[in-house]
Write a protein that binds this ligand. Structure first.
Ligand code: AMP
Length: 453
């Protein structure tokens, strides 16, 4: 059972197998191969899942299977009490998890509801009052609904804490504790986290009973299929460097397509989006101050390809699932090294390859060192390739304008460029694991090799 070739080995209901086939899933991902049998057996699970590994189906399929005996077509709300609760840190992740669960349960009569803050409570209230077996929620809004008696958790059999590390980072521990107290003690509990701190372990110890620990990736690892590049730039040249990358670092030296750009602050998010738009890039922003509708609209337009660049703060780092997103660029190095893991996890998802580029200024060196410590990787921090650097400085024509004297330790664009890299700009080669080391032997091989320890 540890390495089943397809989903038929798990003993899942035909309704679930058909839904999986509808979605085009052929082979379980490693976390699914491990988590599904354990969760089906009713055990508690502590999952250390790499980002984009398919963990939603890893807990979602067994959850639905275990609730199937309760599926019914009655119109009475009393026949549809909440039996499974999934808590997530952000609205985006809640929506995404709920969407996936709805797809997995599409051929059953089980109902899935999604509740999160920042939007009108009324439509959610209606859905909850009609009754639904599976509720996906952010903690604060769920407590609001519980306070108003729009729903009850007294019949919950299964609870999932998704992205538990992020929930703790966002200060949800008191809310989570209040919610957990409202659940029956007889229940199955599952917890997933990409990174594991002492606080996470404490929460797991209090919340899980003899959990089966499932680890499909090295702890605190970045996804193996993501190629990580670091370019050192002057603070004043960051936006131009980003534009140069967007225009000339795609396949065959062309523009990059569908790039998620991360920044550290809302104000930078707004400013950078405007700058990109002025430079002719189809860009939009997604951050905590935007209305949920605006965020959803921007995300949908990005998914459709109507906008090329989505500029995001970390609120969007979790839960964004864009199939085969080719590249992520960190315009700012995240303050929290764990956010780096989550940010770049938006690319290279579910077996696809990805490229994660980070622009680093002298002031951000320490933040990069913290990421190296967390990921146990040593990054090759380079100046921007010279052709791109020329675009930054001389907009592509003539020799680069003379460099202002670099600050100590900041050589920026003065190092020789690598012809091989420029002759064949990277962007998501296939298959990445082989193509990348062939192109840039020492450094990338070391990176990828470093990721396997
Ligand atoms: P998750 O980590 O759950 O957010 O899943 C990441 C992406 O992988 C989603 O788009 C899923 O629909 C997709 N996915 C999950 N499991 C599989 C599978 N077994 N085969 C192909 N795609 C999958």
């Amino acid at each position: 059972m540890s390495d089943p070739k397809d989903f038929s080995h798990f003993g899942l209901d035909p309704a679930l197998l058909a839904a999986i086939a509808d979605l085009g899933y052929v082979k379980p991902t490693p976390i699914q191969a491990k988590a599904i049998p354990v969760a089906l057996a009713g055990r508690d699970v502590m999952g250390a899942a790499q980002t984009g590994t398919g963990k939603t189906a890893g807990f979602g399929l067994p959850l639905i299977q275990r609730l199937l005996p309760h599926a019914n077509t009655s119109a009475s709300p009393a026949r549809h009490p909440v039996r499974a609760l999934v808590l997530t840190p952000t609205r985006e992740l809640a929506e995404q998890v709920a969407d996936n669960l709805k797809k997995y349960a599409a051929r059953t009569t089980l109902r899935v509801a999604c509740v999160y803050g920042g939007v009108d409570m009324e439509p959610q209230t209606e859905v909850l009052r009609r009754g639904c077996e599976i509720v996906v929620a952010t903690p604060g809004r769920l407590l609001d609904h519980l306070q108003q008696r729009n729903t009850s958790l007294s019949q919950v059999q299964i609870v999932v804490l998704d992205e538990a590390d992020r929930m703790l980072d966002m200060g949800f521990l008191p809310d989570i504790s209040r919610i957990l107290k409202l659940l029956p003690s007889q229940r199955q509990s599952l917890m997933f986290s990409a990174t594991f701190s002492d606080d996470i372990r404490k929460l797991a110890a209090s919340f899980l009973r003899e959990p089966v620990v499932i680890e499909v990736a090295r702890r605190n690892a970045t996804a193996d299929l993501i190629r990580q590049e670091f370019f050192k730039v002057h603070e004043s040249e960051k936006t131009d460097a980003l534009l140069a990358l967007l225009r000339g670092y795609g396949r065959d030296g062309g523009p990059m397509k569908q790039v998620l750009v991360f920044v550290n602050a809302k104000v930078v998010c707004r400013r950078l989006t405007r700058q990109l738009q002025r430079a002719g890039v189809k860009a939009d922003a997604i951050h905590g101050d935007r209305l949920q509708e605006e965020r959803t609209r921007a995300l949908d337009a990005f998914k459709r390809g109507d906008i090329e660049v989505l500029v995001a703060t970390d609120v969007a780092a979790r839960g964004l699932d864009i199939v085969e997103l080719p590249a992520v660029i960190n315009y700012d190095v995240p303050f929290n090294p764990e956010d780096y893991v989550h940010r770049i996890g938006r690319t290279g998802r579910a077996g696809a390859t990805g490229l994660a580029i980070t622009l680093m200024t002298g002031a951000e060196e320490r933040a990069v060192a913290a990421i190296e410590k967390l990921t146990k990787l040593k990054f090759d921090i380079r100046p921007l390739p010279v052709l791109l650097a020329r675009r930054v400085r001389g907009r592509g024509e003539g020799p680069a304008r003379p460099a202002s004297p670099p600050a100590p330790g900041e050589e920026f664009f003065n190092k020789p460029y690598e012809p091989a890299l420029l002759a064949q700009p990277p962007s998501v080669p296939e298959p990445a694991a082989e193509a990348v080391p062939a192109r840039r032997p020492g450094k990338v091989a070391a990176l990828l090799g470093g990721g396997k320890h």
